[in-house]
Design a protein around this ligand. Structure first.
Ligand code: ADP
Ligand code: MG
Length: 230
């Protein structure tokens, strides 16, 4: 069964008193272990779709099934709870708290989850070791390079052991060498931890790391192809 399933999703926003439809019937199934890249021009609906996948917003119509549950019927508390269990996020701008150590940044989702401090610290250190930053636990974001900041953000995205990681243009602020390193890390998380990854990118070189690529245009998915990986 699909881990993530969008069924005829439409999404409108109110603009100047009028409902403007942005997504015009998105159908998408993602199974556990896939690494999906979403491409398409600016304004084509990629981030709007990611926000729906991340339960940060609700569709205007259609159904979103996440891990066998129809999220349409859930209230906002239930939605927040399924989001905390199922989904980690990584953003283009890293979104780390300034003047806060790498370790404390990574602990944040576990604080929200109500985990006791000892266990929290242990899990955060594990996540930072896994992404190769065990030497930087007490560094603040300003003392880290862009690539290191994005690694901290990725550690924060996986620390709750959620099965799905959503990344919206995670290499958009990085040079191409650093962006390759970050993509190698996503591949490792996908292969070794079986994390299902859904990633938005503008760059074909970045999308090539995935094992499936879809293209958006004007609020629709216009292509869906499997990329052969050895
Ligand atoms: P992409 O991520 O592919 O660049 P988005 O999903 O961010 O595109 O946006 C798709 C379209 O929806 C754009 O035209 C954008 O202006 C519009 N849009 C996105 N969010 C809102 C909102 N909250 N209110 C009104 N329009 C929005
Ligand atoms: Mg976007």
């Amino acid at each position: 069964m699909a881990l993530v399933m969008l069924k005829d999703i439409r999404k409108s926003f109110k603009v100047d008193e009028e409902e403007l439809e942005i997504l015009h019937g998105i159908n998408l199934s993602v199974t556990k272990g896939e690494f999906l890249a979403m491409m398409g021009p600016s304004g084509s609906g990629k981030s709007t779709t990611m926000n729906l996948l991340g339960c940060l917003d609700k569709p205007s119509s259609g159904e979103y099934w996440l891990d066998g549950q129809n999220t349409s019927s859930l209230d906002s508390d239930a939605l927040a709870s399924i989001r905390n269990q199922m989904i980690g996020f990584v953003f283009q701008g890293f979104n780390l708290l300034p003047k806060t150590s790498a370790l404390e940044n990574v602990e944040l989702p576990l604080i929200y989850a109500g985990m006791p401090q000892n266990e929290r610290r242990k899990r955060a250190i594990e996540a930072l070791e896994l992404i190769g930053l065990s030497e930087r636990l007490y560094h603040e974001p300003a003392q880290l390079s862009g690539g290191q900041q994005q690694r901290v953000a990725i550690a924060r995205g996986i620390v709750n052991k959620a099965p799905i990681l959503l990344a919206d243009e995670p290499t958009g602020n990085l040079d191409s060498r650093t962006s390759d390193e970050i993509m190698d890390l996503f591949v490792k998380l996908n292969r070794e931890l079986d994390i299902t990854i859904i990633l938005v990118t503008h760059e074909p070189d970045v999308a090539a790391y995935a094992n499936r690529m879809i293209h958006f245009k004007d609020g629709r998915i216009i292509s869906d192809e499997r990329l052969n990986k050895s």
